[in-house]
Design a protein around this ligand. Structure first.
Ligand code: ZN
Length: 228
């Protein structure tokens, strides 16, 4: 049944690509959300966005355009390209991290979306990215977190302290039992101050014995505009 659904999904995606082919967010080259040439212009990140989070690139130029297309233009399939880039850039670091826990099982999860966001966009883009990454990593994808209080969208002017205060105790684990001997990879699109990822770690701290690894597409340097 799962295989039939997968074939159906691939056929549907191929039909959509035929009718509405993706175009490169940076140069409008048809057939890609980010063509190979423009992909080479992505600014490399130092990859360690914080002690427990990796980022594939900086949140500038084509990286910013690709995330905006994924989040705000209904281009859900662009999440596939985002996941491919995370995988290609971060796979070595993920393998090194996994080597620290040789017997641990790898499981992928994602930062939840606010109900209003899902209602407006029709999907959680972090979940869409995580779905493709889980396939790449050959790991199961599970939902582990939910918001338990209403969080306003992060305005551009909010400070690091304000963001941390707003997010404090905003999430809760929805796991029915703790994850034993499991390295959990928490996927999000962009990391700015790290408040969201820290809140996810806090919410899951009682359900994980191994500190989860955060995996994000882009890192916003502190000096640039905050969008998340
Ligand atoms: Zn291009």
């Amino acid at each position: 049944m799962k295989e039939i659904m997968s074939i159906t999904h691939r056929a549907y995606t191929a039909l959509l690509d035929f009718l509405f082919p993706p175009t490169c967010v940076a140069c409008a080259h048809v057939g890609f959300w980010l063509c190979d040439t423009c992909r080479l212009t992505l600014k490399s990140s130092h990859r360690r966005a914080d002690a427990h989070t990796l980022a594939a690139t900086n949140f500038t130029g084509p990286a910013r355009q690709l995330i905006h297309r994924t989040k705000y233009s209904g281009a859900r399939d662009a999440a596939h390209t985002v996941a491919d880039i995370i995988y290609d850039v971060c796979m070595e670091d993920i393998s090194e991290h996994l080597a620290l826990y040789p017997s641990a099982k790898l499981v992928v999860t994602y930062i939840p979306a606010r109900t209003k966001t899902v209602r407006e966009r029709g999907y959680n883009h972090a979940e869409a990215i995580a779905h493709h990454l889980a396939t790449q990593l050959d790991a199961p994808l599970i939902a582990t977190l939910a918001y338990v209080k209403d969080i306003p969208l992060m305005a551009r002017t909010r400070s690091r302290a304000q963001r941390a205060q707003l997010l404090h105790k905003s999430m809760s684990s929805i796991l029915t039992e703790p994850l034993s001997n499991t390295l959990l990879v928490i996927v999000d699109d962009v990391i700015t101050t790290g408040s969201t990822m820290r809140e996810a770690h806090r919410a899951l701290s009682c359900d994980t014995t191994i500190t989860p690894l955060g995996l994000t597409f882009a890192h916003t340097p502190r000096s640039t505009t905050q969008t998340k």
